[in-house]
Design a protein around this ligand. Structure first.
Ligand SMILES: [Zn+2]
Length: 120
């Protein structure tokens, strides 16, 4: 290992072993590093699963295809949406509606809260 993955510090030194794997110590921030293989699925599998899911392929089918649980696909989609989707800009119009106030007005007036009535 020649560099710390979390900081730009290049000075990483050996610091014993953990469960048979070499442990490394970052001189910059003091992190102890042991993992050498990346966890999770390759990035292309996540992207392909998201694209196929957007085109209508069921998550159970994708799970079987990629060898993961169907519930694993949803976090991939959420992460992809968080990475690539833009937040909508506020339109400047906000409508405040208090549920308790509606019920109280309905009780006091005895009238139905009919459609088309303006609540503020
Ligand atoms: Zn570091």
């Amino acid at each position: 290992m020649d560099a710390c993955p979390t900081c730009p510090q290049p000075h990483v030194v050996k610091a014993g072993q953990a469960r048979g794997h070499q442990r490394w110590l970052c001189r910059g921030d003091g992190d102890q590093l042991t993992g050498t293989t990346p966890r999770g699925r390759p990035r292309w599998q996540n992207s392909l699963a998201v694209v196929l899911s957007c085109h209508g392929v069921a998550m159970t089918a994708l799970g079987k295809r990629f060898g993961v649980w169907a519930s694993t696909i949803r976090p991939w989609m959420r992460q992809s949406a968080a990475d690539h989707a833009e937040q909508p800009a506020p339109s400047g119009q906000a409508i405040g509606l208090a549920r308790d106030a509606m019920g109280q007005v309905r009780k006091n007036t005895g009238a139905h809260a009919g459609a088309g009535r303006l609540w503020t």
